[in-house]
Design a protein around this ligand. Structure first.
Ligand code: ATP
Length: 210
């Protein structure tokens, strides 16, 4: 089974492309969904969060108050790092378990949709990787519109992430999502066709991974 990593930056169109992939009935392993699921699957995560951040982020029903914790850690890189240190090992474990499940089901292609695919080195485990890229001005405009943010809020978020131009260097394919959806769809179709025809990984890509 060919494993394809799909990533992007805030508002670059990763979910949009991921939905296009789902429409083709290609299995998608979604890291954002997994980040929620792991809290249900591995109860030890909540214990670790309680130990590091305190009881105040646990609701009366014993569930994590994601919103409160999100607001608390949002401005601190150090705190965000602490939460990631707890969550990432479980998220990675679950990602690879779901990949394995699709493999056993006999699928020939599986997409791993993860905003921090590169930051957490998951891309190195993939056969090929795609970045959904967008022109910065359009990115700002789309996020302002989608999330009702002011420009400064969007810029703060963009600047707290790995830059799209740096992500570009780590991937095999780039989808330019700065234009209409049909153009995005066309690029996706070509990339998937190419990926399947070279068995997920051509010689140049293999070389790059060494
Ligand atoms: P995030 O990681 O921040 O959740 P994302 O990368 O998943 O963002 P999307 O939610 O897919 O990005 O897209 C951001 C916004 O831009 C959405 O409102 C989406 O509808 C819109 N959008 C995406 N692609 C296009 C396009 N080609 N043309 C117009 N609007 C688009």
């Amino acid at each position: 089974m060919i494993k394809v990593g799909l990533t992007g930056g805030i508002g670059s169109g990763k979910s949009t492309v991921s939905n296009m992939i789902r429409e083709k009935n290609i299995p998608v392993v979604d890291a954002d969904i997994i980040a929620r699921d792991v809290l249900e699957i591995y109860s030890e995560i909540l214990e670790e969060i309680k130990n590091v951040f305190g009881e105040k982020f646990i609701n009366e029903d014993g569930k994590l108050n994601r919103r409160e914790l999100g607001n608390y850690i949002f401005k601190s890189k150090e705190l965000r790092g602490k939460l990631e240190d707890i969550m990432i090992p479980y998220i990675k474990k679950e990602i690879f378990e779901r990949i394995d499940k699709y493999n056993k089901l006999g699928e020939n292609l599986c997409i791993v949709d993860a905003p921090t695919l590169i930051e957490h080195c998951i891309h190195k485990e993939m056969d090929t990787n795609i970045l959904v890229w967008v022109n910065r001005d359009i990115q700002i405009e789309r996020v302002m519109k989608r999330d009702f943010f002011k420009k400064e809020q969007v810029l703060h978020r963009i600047n707290s992430q790995m830059l799209l131009q740096d992500k570009k260097k780590e991937v095999d394919y780039v989808i330019d999502n700065s234009f209409d959806l049909d153009y995005t769809k066309k690029q996706l179709k070509e990339i998937l066709k190419k990926t399947m025809s070279v068995g997920g990984c051509n010689e140049r890509q293999k070389e790059k991974k060494k």
